[in-house]
Design a protein around this ligand. Structure first.
Ligand code: IFM
Length: 404
């Protein structure tokens, strides 16, 4: 049970997960054998700079785990790089698998629940060359990879996320052209990719259920609060169905739904808009600054799926860290309000631990609660990390910061 204490103090449920998240390609560095590396180096893509050494987390992973523990968080969500583990079809790297196993066990030793994502945007080059997620073999291949990796990591996995934001993989890859294969406005290929990703999720769940251990298994989906205005109802319904609900419906029998929210979208009689008010506060990502969206999306995800919710990503890109504190404070208030309304939300994960490679936008964005020096890779926790850690340790969110 949550309680609302005196003044504006909010208490979160016992056992609530307080985490931060990263993804392999965004932090490890040197992931040369996947579709993203190729995309970063191809002519004519919108990628502003290559990932290069990223945050050198392939070598500094233990320091990253120490940071999570020191901040006071009790979970860490990270991803496995498929192309490191299976560099060629059916050929698995014991060295890579051992490294990820070490991460899982070290996290446990530090009192951190390891939340493992099996696919976070990158696909091995060998599969990309055969058509990537459009290829008829992709779902089975992903299932086989999941089985192999899950068997190696064993029952110390704390929670498993199959595919990160499959809707973004398809939308960016085939409608907006900002992710590999860089195709724009091809809705037929978009639909095909969505179906294949849905099939991949199911294969992965089957593999995880058959693997040693019995940790919760789920999908993570990118969701925005969808706000309808007069004349925009039809467009909203179309967006909701084709970008969110087709994936939410594919979670029957899963243990949780992972909700990943950054903003809200508006639908008017002239279509989709990121903001209505011309003076709306915007973030460097071009999103409306609207932390309360997370409570709304978590509630909708729970209603559509009937599953417990983990907020597996939420956060803001900003160079002004005090804005991040405001964002997280307001977001947590909306999560707490949803819990009070009866929505089963079991955790909140802040994106991201580190300032890292933001895909086509390179290193121009700052989502981290820890700053990373781009030359020395030295890590420096920001006040927002200290703030979030304090809430995590106590399970209590104090009165809103003065001035907010
Ligand atoms: O950096 C990404 C992450 O890889 C997936 N979810 C959204 C984040 C911020 O854009």
């Amino acid at each position: 049970m949550t309680t609302t204490g005196s003044s504006d103090e909010l208490r979160f449920p016992e056992g609530f997960l307080w985490g931060t998240a990263t993804a392999a390609h965004q932090i490890e560095g040197g992931n040369t054998n996947n579709d993203w590396w190729a995309f970063e180096h191809a002519d004519g893509t919108p990628v502003i700079e290559p990932s290069g050494d990223a945050c050198d987390s392939w070598n500094r992973w233990e320091q990253d785990l120490d940071l999570v523990a020191k901040l006071g968080l009790n979970s860490y969500r990270f991803s496995l790089e498929w192309s490191r583990i299976e560099p060629a079809p059916g050929e698995f790297s014991t060295v890579a698998l051992d490294r990820y196993k070490q991460m899982v066990t070290t996290a446990r030793d530090r009192g951190i629940l390891p939340v493992v994502t099996f696919h976070h945007f990158t696909t091995p080059s060998w599969l990309a060359e055969r058509g990537g997620w459009e290829s008829s073999e992709a779902p089975d291949r992903f299932g086989e990879f999941t089985a192999k990796a899950a068997a190696h990591l064993g029952d110390e996995i704390g929670m498993a996320c199959t595919i990160n934001e499959p809707n973004i993989v398809a939308l960016m890859g085939f409608v907006l052209g900002a992710f590999p294969p860089g195709v724009a406005m091809d809705f037929g290929r978009y639909d095909l990719c969505c179906e294949q990703l849905n099939a991949g999720h199911r294969r992965s769940v089957e593999a995880l259920r058959a693997a040693p251990g019995s940790y919760p298994v789920g999908l993570t989906l990118s969701m925005a609060e969808l706000v309808g205005h007069e004349g925009g109802e039809e467009e909203l319904a179309r967006f909701q169905e084709t970008v969110e609900d087709r994936f939410l419906r594919n979670t029957v029998g899963d243990d949780f739904i992972g909700v990943q929210t950054y903003t809200r979208f508006h639908f008017t009689n002239s279509g989709y808009q990121v903001a209505i008010d011309p003076s709306a506060r915007m973030t460097p990502m071009g999103y409306e600054f609207y932390p309360e969206a997370v409570g709304a999306t978590a509630s909708r995800a729970a209603a559509v799926t009937g599953l417990p919710v983990i907020v597996t990503e939420n956060g803001v890109s900003t160079a002004d860290d005090s804005e991040r504190i405001e964002f997280v404070d307001r977001a947590l208030r909306s999560v707490h309000a949803a819990i009070e309304d009866g929505v089963d939300i079991r955790g909140y994960t802040l994106w991201s631990l580190l300032d890292n490679f933001e895909w086509a936008l390179g290193y121009s964005q700052h989502f981290g609660i820890v700053e990373v020096d781009r030359t020395t890779f030295a890590r420096n926790p920001k006040p927002s990390g200290v703030f979030f850690g304090r809430v995590a340790r106590s399970g209590v969110l104090g009165a809103p910061p003065v001035g907010s």
